[in-house]
Design a protein around this ligand. Structure first.
Ligand SMILES: Cc1cc2nc3c(=O)[nH]c(=O)nc-3n(C[C@H](O)[C@H](O)[C@H](O)COP(=O)(O)OP(=O)(O)OC[C@H]3O[C@@H](n4cnc5c(N)ncnc54)[C@H](O)[C@@H]3O)c2cc1C
Length: 236
């Protein structure tokens, strides 16, 4: 199946200002159900991607599907995933000339939706699904930028505040790139959709909001004296 052309991907994965800021919905990216909850504009897709740092990487290994949780970073219209050069999907992306066919998902749970009926229970969420072909990054500059993006995705500002990878560490780390072309976001908001005949039932209904929280930073036991937790940790 031909991949729909990205509205904006450039050679460097940067956004081109003259192109519309949306991904083109394609055969693989329109949900069968609740398609009204789908979105393709860059603002929505990128904000969901940027709000997270754990994705699920799906690919086919020896004829069977595998899904692995892993970190990611975004630079423009590209996702970067990294791992040991021994990691199987990263190796597969480098071995096969056309790359590795993957599906990457990112999910945020925003609320538990409790309906009167068991049937109408639901979840408020924001999610992104990316279909495409992952390729190993071999250009040293792109690899370094991708690794910085991965670190900054988890803790913004951290890449500049840590020792850069040395030659040995970079050689032991594989990075794969996935262009954002076949991309969809899906969002559910709001309360339960109970049937009218259930509204008078004696069961509580509504939404329990879910928000991620960070605890106070715990210094390493062997941290040299006088190093305070950096300001960017206060703003996580
Ligand atoms: C936390 C969470 C919990 C969910 N729980 C359920 C559940 O219990 N039961 C259930 O039926 N559904 C659940 N969903 C929704 C689910 O992800 C699918 O959207 C839904 O199953 C409809 O699938 P479909 O047949 O339309 O998908 P398909 O028609 O197979 O999807 C076609 C394409 O639409 C896009 N797409 C579909 N779903 C999503 C998505 N969530 N985000 C971004 N793009 C998407 C993808 O590009 C996909 O390839 C949940 C979603 C989230 C985030």
């Amino acid at each position: 199946m031909p991949e729909p052309a990205s509205a904006t991907t450039t050679e460097a994965g940067a956004e081109s200002p003259e192109s519309p800021a949306t991904y083109a919905p394609g055969e693989r990216t329109v949900p069968t159900r609740s398609a009204n909850r789908a979105a393709y504009d860059h603002d929505t897709v990128h904000s969901i991607l940027d709000a997270g740092y754990v994705c699920h990487l799906g690919f086919v290994r020896d004829g069977a599907p595998v899904v692995l949780p892993t970190l990611y970073g975004r630079v423009g219209n590209r996702l970067y995933l990294h791992g040991s050069t021994g990691s199987r999907p990263l190796r597969m992306a480098g071995e096969k000339d056309p790359g590795l066919a993957v599906c990457v998902t990112v999910t945020h749970v925003d609320g538990l939706v409790l309906a009167r009926s068991a049937f109408h229970h639901s979840i408020n969420y924001r999610s992104v699904v990316v279909h495409g072909t992952a390729h190993q990054v071999t250009d040293p500059e792109e690899k370094t930028a991708a690794l910085d993006a991965l670190v900054d995705h988890v803790v913004p500002g951290r890449a500049a505040d840590s020792r850069p990878g040395n030659t040995k560490e970079l050689a032991a780390t594989a990075v794969i790139r996935l262009d954002l072309t076949e991309v969809s976001a899906k969002i559910r908001t709001g309360g339960p959709n109970d049937d009218p005949e259930d509204l008078s039932l004696p069961h509580w209904s509504g939404v329990v909001p879910v928000t991620p929280t960070y605890g106070a930073p715990i210094p390493s036991d062997d941290l040299a004296p006088g190093i305070a937790a950096p300001a960017y940790l206060q703003n996580l």
